[in-house]
Design a protein around this ligand. Sequence first.
Ligand code: SR1
Ligand code: MG
Length: 421
Amino acid sequence: MATTQTPHDYEALSVETLPGRLVGVADLSTRVGADPASWSVKEVGDGNLNLVFIVTGPQGRVVVKQALPYVRLVGDSWPLPLKRAFFEYHALTRQAARDPGMVPDIYHFDEAQALIVMEYLSPHIILRGKLIKGERVDGLGQALGLFCARTAFRGSDLAMSAGDKKADTALFSGNVELCDITEQLVFTDSYYDAERNHHTPELQPVVDALRADPAVKAAAQYMLMRFSSGGETLMHGDLHTGSVMCTDTDTKVIDPEFAFYGPLGFDLGMLIANYLMAYFSQPAHRSDEELDAYQDWLLQVVHETCKTFHAEFVRLWAGERTGILYPPALWEDQGQSSDGARDTLLQHIWNDAMGFCGVELHRRTLTLAHNADFETIEDTGARAKLEARSLDMGRTILLARPSSTEDLIALARTTNSKDLL
Ligand code: SR1
Ligand code: MG
């Protein structure tokens, strides 16, 4: 992994130092109260990388997110540049413009301190936690399908001017180290015994079979090539269920520090994989009476997300094709329909999304950063049986992409009844 230099005036905040250090930030104090002695500060970061504070005062509450100069999950043996806060800030501003209301409002950005003061989302909680608890979110698939379609379409050469797109591609091309994490962890480490890997011991026979398959490795590396060379749109870059916060009726997207110009189908594919891991893990979290209905609901969310993505992309295609790609001058202005061209492109996006879904299903079980859906299952024998289904589904779709949402859902149901260990 790359090494990095921390600017001299950067200093990580703590619960104790935050009020004194941020008292002069008007965008913060006008929201929580002018007297820092009246603030209470809690550090709540449970992600892999950053510090996250909730600051509460007599007038309100904000979130302060600060990058650390290393990977929090691992420690200072793995340095990571602070500039990821810069990319997160710029990604949030673009996402807010492309899908208004779907990301937290930004109140203040301090580049030297790698710090963003933003809206405290309440009573939202992290979606992954809700899915483990068996809670439902009305409109989840619709909100995230719209988010994926709008950010993908409006951040691409389908909609942007060529100059703006190239300038923005250049800006985000500096997010090298965060891409490096994805390139190693998501696309590569699953397929050999990389140093930081770990997995549930009982899973060993399934892991051995996966790593012995050259076709799986080739398919995963092809997806890496699509990721690293397919600068089609500004991706969120890390759209899993830990990057989504919800109430029972409202959905927001957070944490786009991995933002980069990549394939139109990347975010959609990663998101679907995370829904599917929630689905496969449910037998360990639900009672027999609740299980079928809740798993059905999760598959409905997959369906709703994919159908909404498709419908919104079609709508934007009809009304917002203002970029250099597929210009109306070639079709509509000639009295021709562009539906065929659009549908072919949508099929490419779907095939990519399915490939990204496959590698994500593998990496959350096999590499450094696992997810709580499986990790909270204490009985490792039971956990391994469920993780094996996730690995099996990933392998199947890497080797042969489901051609439609319906095929994907049917495959999930079949895989969910397999006894693989
Ligand atoms: C070392 S960072 C590990 C993972 O956490 C982030 O949320 C990304 O998903 C990354 O791959
Ligand atoms: Mg994150």
